[in-house]
Design a protein around this ligand. Structure first.
Ligand SMILES: [Zn+2]
Length: 171
């Protein structure tokens, strides 16, 4: 079994003469939210800087990753290259919800990165200007109305009447 790439040894940072140290993590992950998921290939790359602070380790940096986004309109899947800024404090204060736990010799940045990456994602995504959309009939009407003929029959209400048909307009 491979060692956990997110488990960082920080023993050297806890000494009196310690200075900040960069670390890069490259790992495929399968994190996801509703309609957006990270792909495992290409893998997530986290460029982090570990800073010793009085009660623990501060981690800052950037994460680059690729997501497969399901368009909320047409349900087509497209790939997006994304990045997110991350920053968090690891300390031994277990009562504090805003920090992450500090181990004796290491910190596990997986949960922190996952939190920050998923928070950076949009709630919904569409596939762009070429999205065919959900409704094709309304789009067709718009496209064929280029002759300047603005008749009453083109109004959305006329379309609705046609869709409802006779006899269905009362409840
Ligand atoms: Zn779409």
């Amino acid at each position: 079994m491979d060692p956990n790439p997110f488990l960082l040894n920080i023993a050297d940072l806890l000494g009196n003469e310690a200075s900040s140290r960069p670390v890069t993590i490259t790992s495929g992950v399968d994190w996801n939210v509703e309609l957006i998921r990270l792909v495992e290939d290409p893998p997530l790359v986290a460029d982090l800087m570990l800073h010793p602070v009085s009660k623990g380790i501060a981690v800052t940096g950037r994460v680059q990753f690729t997501t497969a986004d399901t368009c909320y309109r047409c349900l087509r899947e497209t790939l997006s290259d994304r990045d997110a800024a991350v920053g968090a404090l690891f300390d031994s204060n277990n009562d504090d919800d805003e920090t992450y736990p500090l181990g004796v010799h290491d910190i596990d940045v997986l949960q922190m990165l996952r939190d920050e990456v998923l928070l950076s994602l949009p709630i919904v995504e569409d596939c762009g200007d070429e999205c065919p959309g959900v409704a094709s009939s309304a789009q067709t009407d718009l496209n064929t109305e280029s002759s300047g003929d603005i008749g009453e029959s083109r109004s959305p209400f006329a379309v609705l009447e046609n869709l409802l048909g006779p006899g269905d307009s009362t409840e």
